[in-house]
Design a protein around this ligand. Structure first.
Ligand code: CTP
Length: 398
C-alpha cells in the first residue's frame, strides 16, 4: 500500500524573507511533502502568486472569498498535517495571537486543530518590542511552535536578532516538533488516563490527584505519528484532539469495561490511568450524615491491567508505576512482570509533584533493565520516548 501523501500548508507573511521561503518549500517537497502555499495579500509584494503556483504545482489564493464553494479555509486546515508560517511578520504574529481572521491564512490558522510552526523574521527592534514578545508568549502558551529568529545582518543594514533562519535549521526544528515519523500508521493505540473515582454516596467519592495530562500527551503523540487512537479517560476536563476517540469514564468498573471492549483489536496499550485500588463495599443512596460518617469499609478493586495482560495476544503493553520513594529498577520490573506488562514507566511522584504538572521525572524499564531515565522533561517528550520504546519492543518481537 502506498503511503498517504503528507500535506503541509506553507503560510507566507509579507516580509522580504518571503523569497527564502521558496527554498524552504522546495526542501519540504524533497522530503516528500505536498505543499499548499497560502500567502498573505501583502506578501505578494515580495513573491507573487505565479511563483508559488509554479513551485507548488497548486492553485494559490489569498482570500476566503475566492473558491467560496470549497470552504477553502476549513478544507485546507483539515487536509494539512501541519501549518508552517515562514516568514511570519510582527503584524501576522499579532493577528494570529489576537485570533483575527482577515485573510485566508489567518482563517486557516483559526480553523486548524493541527500543529502550527512559526518562523518569525523582522527587524530586531520589532522582535524585541514588548508587544511582539507578549504575542509570541501567547502563541507558545497555546502550544504553537515559535522559532527564535537568527542573528546577523539585516536588510536595513542593522545587525541583530531578527533574520530568517537557515532552511536547514528550520527543517531540523520541524523534524523535532511537527514532522514526526508516521511509524504508527495503521496501528491501533489504546490509552487509559486520568484518575478513577469510587462513589461513597451521591456526593462523595474516593479519588486521586491524576489529571490525565500524561495519558493525553501519549494520545496526542500517537495521533501525530499516524495511529488510530482511543483514549479511555477518567474524570478529566482537559480537552483532546477531536480525531482521538475519547471515552469518558468515572469508576474502575467503567474503565475496565471500556478498555476490555477495545483491547482485542489494539496494537499498543499505555496504561497511564491512576486506578483506585479499592472501593466502598456499598454505595449509600442518600448523602451520609456527618455523625454517621466515621469509617468506610473497602473492598479491593480489580487489577485492570493484570486482567488485560492475561488476555494479551499481539499487544505491546506499557504500564506505569507511581512511586513516592525512588524505587529500584528491580521492584519496577517485579511489578511489571507480576502484572504481565512488557515495559514500565517508573514515575517519581514524591511530594505529589507530578500531578497536574507539565514535567515528569522517572525511568523507562523493561525485563532487561533500565532503558532511559529522565529528569524534569515535558510529558510530551516522555510520550514520544514511551512510544519509541514500545515500537522497539514490538520490532524485537518481529
Ligand atoms: N493498575 C490497574 N488496576 C489497579 C491498579 C493499578 O490497572 N487496580 C495499573 C495502573 O494503571 C498502572 C499499573 O497498574 O499502569 C501500576 O499501578 P500502581 O498503582 O503502581 O500499582 P499497584 O498495583 O497499585 O501497586 P502497589 O500499590 O502495590 O504499589
Amino acid at each position: 500500500m502506498a503511503a498517504p501523501t503528507r500535506e503541509v500548508i506553507l503560510g507566507v507573511g509579507g516580509g522580504i524573507a518571503a523569497y527564502k521561503a521558496c527554498d524552504l518549500l522546495r526542501r519540504m517537497q524533497d522530503l516528500g511533502f505536498a505543499v499548499t502555499v497560502v500567502p498573505t495579500p501583502s506578501s505578494l509584494n515580495f513573491v507573487g502568486s505565479a511563483t508559488w503556483e509554479a513551485l507548488s504545482g497548486r492553485e494559490v489564493t489569498t482570500s476566503v472569498f475566492e473558491s467560496v464553494d470549497q470552504v477553502r479555509h476549513v478544507s485546507l486546515a483539515r487536509l494539512a498535517e501541519a501549518i508552517v508560517i515562514a516568514p511570519a511578520t510582527a503584524d501576522l504574529i499579532a493577528r494570529i495571537a489576537a485570533g483575527r481572521a482577515d485573510d485566508l491564512l489567518t482563517n486557516v490558522v483559526l480553523a486548524s486543530e493541527g500543529p502550527i510552526f512559526i518562523v518569525p523574521a523582522m527587524h530586531p527592534a520589532m522582535w524585541f518590542n514588548k508587544a511582539t514578545q507578549a504575542n509570541v508568549e501567547t502563541l507558545r502558551a497555546r502550544g504553537y511552535f515559535v522559532m527564535e529568529p537568527a542573528e546577523g545582518a539585516l536588510t536595513s543594514g542593522d545587525v541583530g536578532k531578527g533574520r530568517f533562519p537557515e532552511t536547514s535549521e528550520i527543517l531540523a526544528q520541524l523534524h523535532q516538533s511537527v514532522f514526526l515519523p508516521q511509524d504508527l500508521t495503521g496501528k491501533k493505540v489504546l490509552i487509559s488516563a486520568g484518575g478513577t473515582r469510587e462513589a461513597i454516596d451521591p456526593v462523595r467519592y474516593i479519588g486521586n490527584r491524576s489529571t490525565g495530562k500524561q495519558g493525553i500527551a501519549i494520545a496526542e503523540a500517537a495521533l501525530a505519528r499516524g495511529a488510530d487512537v482511543s483514549l479511555v479517560i477518567a474524570n478529566s476536563s482537559l480537552p483532546t484532539n477531536p480525531r482521538i476517540n475519547r471515552i469518558n469514564v468515572e469508576s474502575v468498573k467503567e474503565l475496565s469495561s471500556a478498555l476490555a471492549q477495545k483491547f482485542s483489536e489494539t496494537d499498543y496499550l499505555f496504561m497511564a490511568a491512576a486506578v483506585s485500588d479499592a472501593r466502598p463495599s456499598s454505595v449509600a443512596n442518600e448523602k451520609i450524615k456527618k455523625s454517621l460518617f466515621t469509617s468506610i469499609e473497602l473492598v479491593e478493586n480489580e487489577d485492570v491491567l493484570a486482567t488485560l495482560c492475561a488476555n494479551k495476544l499481539q499487544q505491546v503493553i506499557v504500564a506505569f508505576a507511581a512511586e513516592t520513594d525512588l524505587d529500584s529498577v528491580e521492584l519496577a520490573q517485579e511489578k511489571m512482570e507480576r502484572k504481565g506488562a512488557d515495559v514500565i514507566y517508573l514515575n517519581n511522584v514524591s511530594g505529589g509533584a507530578i500531578f497536574g504538572e507539565s514535567a515528569t521525572s522517572g525511568s523507562i524499564i523493561d525485563k532487561n533493565g533500565l532503558l532511559e531515565s529522565f529528569t524534569d522533561i515535558s510529558k510530551e517528550k516522555l510520550a514520544h520516548s514511551l512510544i519509541n520504546q514500545a515500537i522497539k519492543y514490538s520490532n524485537k518481537l518481529g
